[in-house]
Design a protein around this ligand. Structure first.
Ligand code: ADP
Length: 488
């Protein structure tokens, strides 16, 4: 080995291309000078090339000012001084140079001063680590975005290291140095702390890695979810260090929890709808028979019954018919929102059909309509028609006694769909009731007007099936304006 090394020495002295290979290919930069002549330096062409200079004569004593940022210029001066004074190989120092075109070029530098030579030659070698730095930054940025930090426990010194992101997750002040016990104590007492202790124990005893979702209480007393991943590193059977990553997963966990609650609510509401469907379906049959029997009684025994008994029978039929209508609407309501296929709907034509169906009450109330340009959109056609039908028939029903209903319908495009507006000049709704009327069986003007209180609840269900919202702007006595959105 030594012989070969000597041969290489000889070869290097005889053949300059060996040196060229070193300074041009194997190293990214070489600087050479004598300590007492600091202004006359040799700088390898490769170094200058990496900083964007093709002319090797560009070098001058003031050249430093072009290639260093102010912060690094003082580090550089310090480094050169230490190199010259120490007479040996320096520590590795990282420098940020400025390329001729302005971007950063990162290099690691090691220097040496030869103490046995009287002229004290100084040699620096450089290694370009710009790509490495860029990857390091990418990793840091992605870790910061994903809130993933690192941690490490040195089992010899029992020191605990936290990366900046891990420190941020724990919300500790900048001068906080966690001890091993403090690190563990951030885990919430009980399940989380017990689990992490067990994971570390099993890691040390059996080498089992861990990946667990636990809760910590941060320095500022916030309880958050984290994912702790860890592993023990062994050498010759001896545990050397424990290390891993640490991720803030609180937002994801909260979303997960909301989704879980939502799915429970959805299941409950589906159960309720199923229940309402069965009840209303099964109730209608005996009710229809009841109405039939009373009618039969009215027809067959009308003359034999006294007038007040006939009145009672008539009232019974009316009430039973109202009950049938209520059950009928409830049945419709429970079936709402089950349509699966949307189709292209021409809303102008849809409104025309609604107005045709409502023509009797329209002419009876002399209702006037102003309908602006309406769009074609993808929707559940029959259900959308029933939304318009409900809102328009209410606009006529809840009219002021002395003025004919005037109803204005228009629509505007919104970010993800359409917003419809149906404005009337009717009796209006008290501000305190504006929210309630979209709940099933909620009616404001009970005394004077017939109704079931299901219509708007049904509209809400249909609109939500279209991912939209429904609301009203109104004041008692000043008309109402219903809005709903249909999203793509
Ligand atoms: P119903 O019309 O069968 O009573 P809805 O669910 O359609 O039930 O409406 C609920 C309540 O909202 C109505 O009872 C009424 O008090 C109020 N309401 C709905 N539309 C209007 C309107 N255009 N003007 C005034 N009040 C309205």
């Amino acid at each position: 080995m030594v012989q070969l090394q000597e041969k290489l020495q000889v070869l290097r002295e005889q053949d300059l291309s060996i040196w060229d290979f070193f300074q041009q290919k194997a190293m990214d930069g070489v600087w050479f000078w004598y300590k007492d002549q600091p202004h006359s330096k040799w700088v390898s062409p490769r170094f200058l090339e990496l900083l964007g200079y093709c002319d090797t004569n560009v070098w001058s004593p003031v050249f430093h000012q072009n290639i260093f940022s102010t912060t690094f210029l003082s580090t550089w001066k310090q480094f050169i001084k230490v190199c010259g004074d120490n007479r040996g190989i320096s520590q590795k120092q990282r420098f940020k140079f400025i390329h001729k075109e302005g971007h950063a070029v990162w290099m690691d530098c090691i220097g040496i001063c030869f103490p046995d030579k009287p002229t004290l030659p100084i040699l620096l070698t450089f290694n370009d680590i710009t790509d490495l730095k860029a990857k390091e930054k990418l990793l840091l940025d992605t870790n910061r975005d994903a809130k993933i930090g690192a941690w490490e426990i040195n089992l010899d010194t029992k020191e605990l290291f936290w990366s900046n992101i891990t420190r941020n997750i724990h919300e500790v002040p900048s001068d906080f140095q966690p001890s091993l016990t403090e690190g563990i104590n951030f885990y919430k007492e009980g399940y989380s702390r017990d689990t992490i202790n067990r994971c570390v124990q099993e890691g040390l005893e059996k080498g089992t890695p861990w990946n667990v979702e636990l809760k910590i209480i941060t320095y500022t007393n916030r309880e958050i979810w984290v994912r702790a991943i860890g592993k023990v590193e062994f050498r010759n059977g001896k545990a050397l260090r424990i290390y891993g990553s640490f991720q803030d997963i609180d937002t994801e966990k909260q979303t997960e929890e909301k989704l879980r609650q939502l799915s429970i609510l959805k299941a409950q509401s589906e159960d309720m709808e199923q229940f309402a469907y069965i009840v209303s379906h099964d109730l209608r049959e005996p009710l229809a028979s009841m109405i039939g029997y009373i009618r039969l009684l009215q027809e067959s025994f009308a003359e034999k019954l006294p007038a007040d008994a006939q009145e009672l029978l008539a009232a019974t039929v009316e009430t039973a018919t109202r009950m049938d209508s209520l059950i009928h609407h409830l049945l419709d309501y429970s079936k709402e929102g089950q349509t699966k296929n949307k189709q292209l709907v021409n809303t102008s034509q849809l409104i025309e059909k609604v107005l045709f169906d409502l023509s009797a009450i329209i002419s009876e109330n002399q209702a006037v309509f102003e309908i602006n340009k309406l769009p074609n959109l993808y929707a559940y056609s029959t259900e959308l028609k029933s939304v318009f039908q409900n809102i328009i028939s209410n606009a006529i029903k809840f009219r002021k006694p002395d003025i004919c209903p005037q109803i204005k319908i228009d629509c505007k495009a919104i970010e993800q769909g359409w917003e419809f507006r149906i404005k009337d000049n009717g009796i209006g709704i008290p501000t305190s009731e504006k929210q309630k009327i979209f709940n099933i069986f909620q009616r404001v003007h009970r005394e004077k007007y017939n109704g079931t209180g299901i219509g708007l609840a049904s509209c809400k269900k249909i609109v939500e099936h279209h991912n939209g919202k429904i609301w009203v702007e109104s004041e008692l006595g000043s008309g109402s304006c219903f809005y709903f959105t249909i999203l793509d």
